[in-house]
Design a protein around this ligand. Structure first.
Ligand code: AHG
Ligand code: MN
Ligand code: MN
Length: 345
């Protein structure tokens, strides 16, 4: 699409849908509802230092972690914005152990959504970027009925739309519907998301790596070798990569998407499945990075081809510029061939 003048998120989605005569406009409506939720969350995030919303809510989430009040606020805002539009038949969130049904008196629609309402929540108190991540599928169960776990546990390649919102120095809504990746920055004065990043492609030349290096001693050999390679001195003919790690996956990956780089949350000797969740963190980010020309793997295979078993399942992830992911894959395989593989140690 040739983009001229100001383009709002709803208008852009409608223009995109026009390319598909069979489209019903439901996806546009669904994304508009989500954009509304994002604006409300953004407002609350920006107020966080001003109102008594900081601190712990004296609750733990399904993973046994402390839940900040803002996590729950974001969770409830998204559920409230999305459960009555008639487009979804079931939802799942990081902050809820089971499935989230559509209320009984509401229409069950043809889509399914999984989301991480607030990613990077340990950063809230420090005014550091946080975000929301979402993943949308078409239902596989019969139309009109309440959605099921089977609708939610689809393989990542079946995603119809995926995206994220970063609440940072500005608020940006980034999504893909399988035809490129587009970013919309919130103009707080007019309250609209305006197209700011059309057809984002991740730079091929990566020079940033993002990983929690504090876990070094638990890493397997292949990863240690790869990080050593990234840090190689200029006398080896290359500049070392720069290390950048915010601790909000959504913000770390957004930066690397724009600048070129690799984000990793590997498996290690303490966490055999890494930390991040397949269904509402890794799959949506993988769809976006692949659409932007990058790659996302769990070390051995494409994230989006992993057959999900559980809603909250964790997977290791290596995601970013294609060359960088190719190289880490090479180092992991090399260690395995030399008998230092992750399963051997
Ligand atoms: P969440 O706030 O949704 O629980 O996710 C936090 C995740 C992710 O955003 C980030 O990349 C990672 O945790 C950071 O983990 P470490 O503190 O172990 O590095
Ligand atoms: Mn998260
Ligand atoms: Mn979260």
């Amino acid at each position: 699409m040739e983009v001229q003048g100001l383009m709002t998120l709803p208008r852009f989605i409608i223009e995109e849908e026009k390319k598909h005569p069979e489209a019903t406009g439901e996806l546009s409506a669904l994304l508009s509802e989500l954009a509304l939720a994002a604006k409300i969350i953004s407002l609350e995030v920006n107020k966080a230092g001003l109102v008594d919303i900081l601190g712990l809510a004296n609750a733990v989430n399904v993973h046994g972690e402390d839940v900040k009040k803002l996590d729950m606020y974001a969770h409830h805002t998204i559920v409230k914005a999305m459960d009555h539009g008639g487009h979804l038949c079931v939802m799942a969130s990081e902050e809820e152990e089971g499935i989230i049904p559509i209320p009984a008196h509401r229409k069950n629609g043809k889509y399914v959504m999984l989301f991480d309402p607030l990613d990077g929540s340990s950063n809230i108190d420090a005014n550091v970027s946080i975000g929301t991540i979402f993943s949308i599928y078409r239902r596989v169960s019969p139309d009109g009925m309440p959605g099921t776990m089977e609708d939610l546990l689809q393989v990542g390649t079946e995603q119809v739309v995926a995206g994220y919102i970063v609440y940072g120095s500005s608020t940006i809504f980034v999504y893909t519907a399988g035809e490129g990746v587009h970013g919309f920055t919130l103009d707080p004065a007019v309250g609209e998301f305006l197209l700011s990043h059309h057809n984002i492609k991740v730079p091929e030349k990566a020079n940033i790596y993002s990983i929690n290096e504090g876990n070094y001693k638990y890493w397997h050999q292949g990863l240690k070798d790869y990080i050593k390679y990234l840090q190689a001195a200029e006398d080896e003919g290359r500049k070392p990569y720069s290390a950048r790690y915010i601790g909000s996956m959504v913000a770390d990956i957004h930066r690397n998407l724009l600048y070129g780089g690799i984000f990793m949350y590997p498996r290690d000797k303490r966490s055999p499945n890494g930390k991040l969740r397949l269904m509402y963190e890794c799959n949506p980010m993988a769809f976006i990075l692949e659409q932007a020309g990058g790659r996302a793997i769990n070390g051995k295979k494409r994230i989006m081809e992993i057959k999900p078993e559980k809603l909250h399942q964790r997977v290791p992830i290596y995601i970013g510029s294609k060359n960088a992911v190719d190289t880490v894959e090479y180092y992991l395989r090399k260690a395995e061939e030399e008998g230092n593989g992750e399963d051997e140690e």
